[in-house]
Design a protein around this ligand. Sequence first.
Ligand code: ADP
Length: 292
Amino acid sequence: MTILARARDLTRRYNDKTALDGVSLDIPAGQVLGLLGPNGAGKSTLINVMTGLLRPTSGSVELCGGDPRSEATRRVIGVTPQETGLPETWRVAELVDFVSEHFPDPVGRAELLKRFDLTSLADRQAGGLSGGQQRRVAVALAFVGRPRLVFLDEPTTGLDVDARRALWEGIRSFHADGGAVLLTSHYIEEVEELADRVVVVDRGRVIADGGVAEIRGRIQLKRVTLTDAALPALNEVASIERDADRTHLLTNDATALVRELVTVGASFTDIEIESASLEDAFLAITGDRRIT
Ligand code: ADP
């Protein structure tokens, strides 16, 4: 298995704030890795250190066998940081052509625009595009040079559902051709849709690392949903959420919870029991600190 990115014991401090606290991470060729964590967990810092935008306080990074800052390495990776700016007067097609010139074997302009559903925007000036359209262009540009590994920091934040799906298709086709991706996301369903592997960071440390199903399965949570529930305090419940007339109970033991509901004489209709989602697992792993 070829390892494209190798981070070893990375720390990064900002004055007395420790943003990364001993992170080691390998990304193999062909893998889509979803990086999840609450706001301030260190995700952007990790991406910026791994791509050479920030120096680590200690530890090392090797990308495709080289230094992330070297020109040779930069030709085989693609990066879209969280904040990007496009020159306002440039047309989308000109931007693609300009970025293409930096690479020996770029994806053709028409093909790239098609992959990311941007063909109709080719002649538009970047400054006249909506924020979401600019974001899609910025993400597509990371793929121009046929990279082996792409880093995407919240690629679809703020996009509507159609635009998000168009980007997912672009990322999927890159993955199907053998490309590797590290992406962070606000949207857990995005990670569930795209990723082969999930790494959860919290307070600068890796706290979980595994396949999507494995991370979901590591948490033996079940989601028990009731309608019109009038409930006393219950022992078997890890957390409760309510929306309209539905009550969602997360529990480690659905059988014991059902017994308890019956024993205490709780009133409800229409019980439904399902496995917890990746989001439920994430909230349980991070002690209910919401993803952002
Ligand atoms: P995430 O991307 O997971 O939200 P970040 O990597 O942006 O987390 O931030 C990790 C921690 O480092 C946070 O506590 C944040 O406040 C702090 N931090 C990030 N950038 C800076 C900076 N330039 N100066 C000082 N502290 C920073």
